[in-house]
Ligand binder design. Structure first.
Ligand code: NI
Length: 138
């Protein structure tokens, strides 16, 4: 008798298996800048991986706090109403909902994002860089 697979919010079969993610390998699997890949989900939140390069767009997320963790390189989070925050490898920051921000990477940086799955990378603005973040890492 066929077992009906549970589906996650993207329609993919849900798995009960416990599988590690190697971040070095996951980041090596794509090149595009500012295009978050879904790497995991837990408790309604998403772990996304992205490569940053150059300036992103100013934006805010009305309904979501956004965590940025730098895996390699450095990332400057510019903030409209307070001093910039520069993250080095192994550092993270949480940008609260509603706070306007612009990520900038002078050189390429590999970053991990933790936020609701549906959070749009460009928040309240739509540009050619807008992604929904629903592409996954293999
Ligand atoms: Ni953002």
């Amino acid at each position: 008798m066929a077992v009906e697979l549970k589906r996650d919010i993207y329609g993919r079969p849900e798995s009960d298996s416990v599988e590690k993610v190697n971040l070095t390998e996951a980041f090596a699997s794509f090149d595009e800048h500012w295009s978050p890949r879904l790497a995991g989900e837990l408790n309604g939140q998403a772990v996304k991986l992205a490569k940053a390069g150059g300036e992103f767009v100013w934006h805010r997320h009305e309904d979501a706090d956004e965590l940025f963790l730098v895996f390699s390189g450095a990332l400057r989070i510019e903030l409209r109403d307070s001093a910039d925050v520069t993250l080095q490898e192994g550092e993270f920051v949480i940008v609260p909902r509603g706070v306007e921000h612009r990520p900038v990477a002078e050189d390429e940086a590999e970053i991990l994002l933790f936020e609701p799955p549906e959070t749009r990378n460009t928040g309240n603005v739509e540009t050619e860089q807008t992604r929904t973040g629903r592409e996954t890492v293999d």
